[in-house]
Design a binder for this molecule. Structure first.
Ligand SMILES: Cc1cc2nc3c(=O)[nH]c(=O)nc-3n(C[C@H](O)[C@H](O)[C@H](O)COP(=O)(O)O)c2cc1C
Length: 187
């Protein structure tokens, strides 16, 4: 199974990129999975604008669409902004949704996130489900949030709390079963 991982935050020191890196390590340690971790920041996708689209879809939208198309499942770590989906994630989904054929359709998605606040981005993740559900993704029912994300990682990027790491690893196992069922159907 091939998994594509990206964060819904662009900034270099993103807590969500740290969370994604931990998830990536958990996946790599399993063996037998292909993982592709990408950073949306260098793609510099413009804010969706129908005039830009009319002039031709940005090359990086096509490139991202290709990566999504090649993946069996997605894993996304995203912050919440004002209790909802991050603008970067929504903009990315909006661009990709303009591709034909639309590569998100039928892909399993796991949403996770972290924030310095006490709810760990969970409110935003629940909102983040909506565009994926609209686009016929199979969104994993559970979302995973880490509260107080500013204190959750060691200097080397590991999770401070082993119980949290175990909870994440257990969720990833369940997600792989879920996503594997769809991947089998497809192949
Ligand atoms: C515009 C904006 C809105 C935010 N709204 C929320 C919020 O509703 N809930 C929350 O927990 N954190 C909120 N935050 C704080 C972010 O969770 C925090 O900046 C986080 O570190 C962003 O994720 P990142 O570290 O992956 O970039 C907000 C930050 C910004 C810039």
């Amino acid at each position: 199974m091939k998994l594509l991982l990206f964060a819904g935050s662009l900034r270099k020191d993103s807590l969500n990129k740290k969370l994604l890196a931990v998830a990536h390590k958990i996946l790599e340690a399993k063996g037998g999975l292909e993982t592709v971790l990408i950073d949306l920041q260098p793609l510099t996708l413009p804010v969706y604008d129908g005039d830009i689209e009319s002039a031709g879809l940005p090359e990086n939208v096509k490139m991202l669409g290709q990566l999504i198309d090649e993946a069996d499942a997605l894993l996304i770590a995203s912050p919440e902004y004002n209790g909802s989906i991050s603008g970067a994630l929504k903009n990315t989904v909006d661009w990709v949704s303009r591709l034909k054929p639309m590569p998100l359709s039928g892909k399993p998605v796991l949403l996770m996130g972290t924030s310095p606040g006490g709810l760990g981005a969970v409110r935003g993740l629940l909102h983040s489900k909506s565009p994926f559900e609209k686009l016929n993704n199979y969104v994993y029912p559970d979302v995973f949030g880490i509260p107080h994300g500013d204190k959750a990682f060691t200097a080397t990027g590991a999770l401070e709390d082993e119980a949290t790491r175990k909870r994440l690893a257990a969720l990833i196992d369940k997600y792989l079963d879920f996503a594997g069922a769809f991947a089998k159907k497809k192949n």
